[in-house]
Design a protein around this ligand. Structure first.
Ligand code: TMP
Length: 214
């Protein structure tokens, strides 16, 4: 039995990632599994949630970075097992968010290589959708969580671009990544773009049975 596809919906805040990830799973007749990061339900995830929602919760930037990564490692085996069952896994955020948000803090010593290290060995998505929007649209939707400010988000925006150019080859970017802007588009319009890009990817037959790794 062929393994399932590992699909990632990544991107900036307020671009509708979670909505699109859920819609994609639904359109795959629920045979796909949705995995959201951070997974706030695990013991590590609960700590992460507390850090995100309570500004008085203090953690070293290095410590919270490692917790986000540990939160991915917690479900790494489950993801692999699901793929081996032939089911598609759709992730809502993953390693790229982990590096981008931490690197955007500009903490001395926490450079891109430092930030990328703890996630080395995790499965790399077969196909990543990167969603972006205009800064005006993004600003209108900010909530109260840590990181939800215009100045920080514009740093995150830059970090994502640097990360793709630093860690991914032109070949990987061309064949395994799809960049979409959601500005002015309805949920359904974005879903149609994602759905058709996924179908095209499958038709091209680029992915093989071997897993790729960060
Ligand atoms: P969410 O809004 O998608 O639930 O993500 C929560 C916040 O956590 C968001 O601001 C992005 C940030 N984040 C990190 O800083 N590191 C990570 O590894 C992940 C997955 C998210």
């Amino acid at each position: 039995m062929p393994r399932g596809l590992l699909v990632l919906i990544e991107g900036l805040d307020r671009t509708g990632k979670s909505t699109q990830a859920a819609k994609l799973v639904e359109s795959l007749n629920n045979n796909a599994r949705l995995v959201k990061f951070p997974d706030r339900t695990t013991p590590i995830g609960k700590l992460i949630n507390q850090y995100l929602v309570e500004s008085e919760t203090q953690l070293m930037d290095q410590a919270i970075h490692l917790l986000f990564s540990a939160n991915r490692w917690e479900v790494a085996e489950t993801i692999r097992a699901t793929l081996l069952e032939g089911r598609t896994v759709v992730m809502d955020r993953f390693v790229y968010s982990g590096i981008a948000y931490s690197a955007a803090k500009s903490v001395p010593g926490m450079d891109l290589q430092w930030c990328a290290q703890p996630d080395k060995g995790l499965l790399k998505p077969d196909l990543t959708f990167f969603l972006s929007n205009s800064q005006t649209e993004q600003r209108a939707g900010f909530g109260d969580e840590r990181y939800e400010s215009s100045s920080f988000q514009s740093k995150v925006r830059q970090e994502f671009e640097i990360i793709f150019n630093t860690f991914e080859s032109p070949d990987y970017i061309k064949n395994h990544m799809v960049f979409l802007t959601t500005t002015g588009k309805t949920i359904d319009e974005v879903h149609v773009m994602i759905d058709s890009a996924l179908k095209k990817f499958i038709q091209k037959g680029i992915y093989n049975e071997d897993f790729m790794y960060f």
